[in-house]
Design a protein around this ligand. Structure first.
Ligand code: SF4
Ligand code: SF4
Length: 363
């Protein structure tokens, strides 16, 4: 679909499918070393491979982790054009999360539209399948954030919002203004918060609510510190610290060269990234009251905004504004013992959970 905000420039989109021996090696090594593993299958477009690829992956996971193991979870992040009923039934059977990258009414801004995504979302809705939508917001549609929210929430579809970063194909002018994005994001949060009929969570806002309540979720990688927890394995077995379009100098190693997966974190390129990241976090720790909630943010975002060892970029400014609003809101709800029936069930249940267990309330 030639997405204009792709983390990779066109010359890096060389295609390739992970061969079976590398797939098995990744799954085996992960099972040998980690108690729980989250596999995220994504881009290019993960549904360009036949369903048999994922059936093989599921069999390998069963072989190494055990059948129906709670140690493994899977997410497929797709542009939605090739989703079929057969694929969705397989995902249901194997409890695979499906995320669709789509901006609804603004999809033509970042992607070459085919209409298939919309059609398949209709099919999934009609079939009662579980899925969520991830919308990437750029400077050209940031004003439409509320329309995008209404489009999906009105249909009972879980929505995750993120902003376009200057990386790969995305140019600087596509990055939304930090204040404009944060203000729109706050408006969307407030609408969702007060929508007592909201059927679905809104991300990352719900993660921020949990964070404000003292329980950062590991899925919020940028604010629960990703280092030593995430890696990206390319089809040829090359390992990078993150899937967010790392520059080639960030290549850690090839999976064929290491005994244990965590050996990848011992490479010189990881040490370089780590020391720059520590430098940024040290500045955050001494200057930012939100550090315990933010953890210094995402290193790749900082890199895309100019310097991995500096804070204060677009992502930092957005987080400060959006999170401060959510933190203040949650503080007020608890301090003033507000009537919880005025809020959606996700926030209501999270707040009640913390009130029942006050020792872990962090406010
Ligand atoms: S580098 Fe950023 S996007 Fe990548 S895993 Fe870490 S926090 Fe997440
Ligand atoms: S909000 Fe910005 S300054 Fe504060 S901890 Fe996060 S990255 Fe650092």
């Amino acid at each position: 679909m030639n997405c204009r905000h792709c983390y990779h420039p066109p010359h890096e989109r060389t295609g390739g499918v992970m061969p079976p021996e590398i797939l098995e090696r990744v799954i085996r090594k992960a099972s040998e070393e980690y108690e729980t593993v989250w596999f995220i299958w994504h881009g290019g477009e993960p549904l360009l491979v036949p369903l048999s690829f994922y059936k093989d992956a599921a069999s390998l996971q069963e072989k190494y982790f055990g059948k129906d193991s709670h140690r493994v979870s899977n997410t497929i992040q797709t542009n939605g054009t090739l989703i079929s009923k057969k694929f969705m039934n397989f995902c249901k059977e194997k409890k695979i999360n499906v995320g669709v990258s789509f901006e609804g009414p603004c999809n033509n801004i970042l992607r070459e539209m085919t209409g298939l995504t919309e059609k398949n979302i209709g099919m999934m809705k009609k079939g009662g399948h579980k899925f969520s939508v991830s919308s990437a917001i750029c400077s050209h549609d940031v004003k439409e954030l509320m329309n995008i929210y209404d489009h999906f929430m009105g249909d009972g579809i879980a929505l995750s919002l993120s902003h376009v970063i200057r990386s790969g194909s995305a140019t600087e002018d596509m990055v939304p203004d930090a204040d404009e994005y944060a203000d729109m994001s706050i408006k969307v949060f407030d609408r969702w918060l007060h929508d007592v009929n909201a059927e679905m969570p809104l991300m990352p806002h719900m993660q921020y609510v949990m964070n404000a309540l003292g329980e950062p979720t590991p899925a919020d990688c940028a604010h629960s510190s990703c280092i030593f927890k995430w890696m990206s394995v390319y089809p040829n077995g090359d390992i990078y610290p993150c899937a967010k379009g790392c520059p080639s100098g960030f290549r850690l190693c090839n999976i064929a060269d290491i005994e244990r997966l965590s050996d990848a974190f011992m490479s010189d390129s990881m040490k370089d990234m780590l020391s720059a990241s520590v430098e940024r976090r040290s500045k955050c720790m001494s200057s930012c009251s939100l550090y315990k909630h933010c953890n210094g943010g995402c290193s790749i975002d900082a890199l895309s905004e100019g310097n991995i060892s500096e804070n204060g970029g677009t992502s930092c400014l957005m987080f400060k504004k959006i999170f401060s609003h959510i933190l203040a809101t949650i503080n007020d709800i608890i301090r003033e013992r507000r009537d919880l029936s005025a809020y959606n069930r996700f926030v209501r249940e999270a707040v009640i959970g913390k009130l029942v267990n006050p020792k872990i309330v962090n406010i």
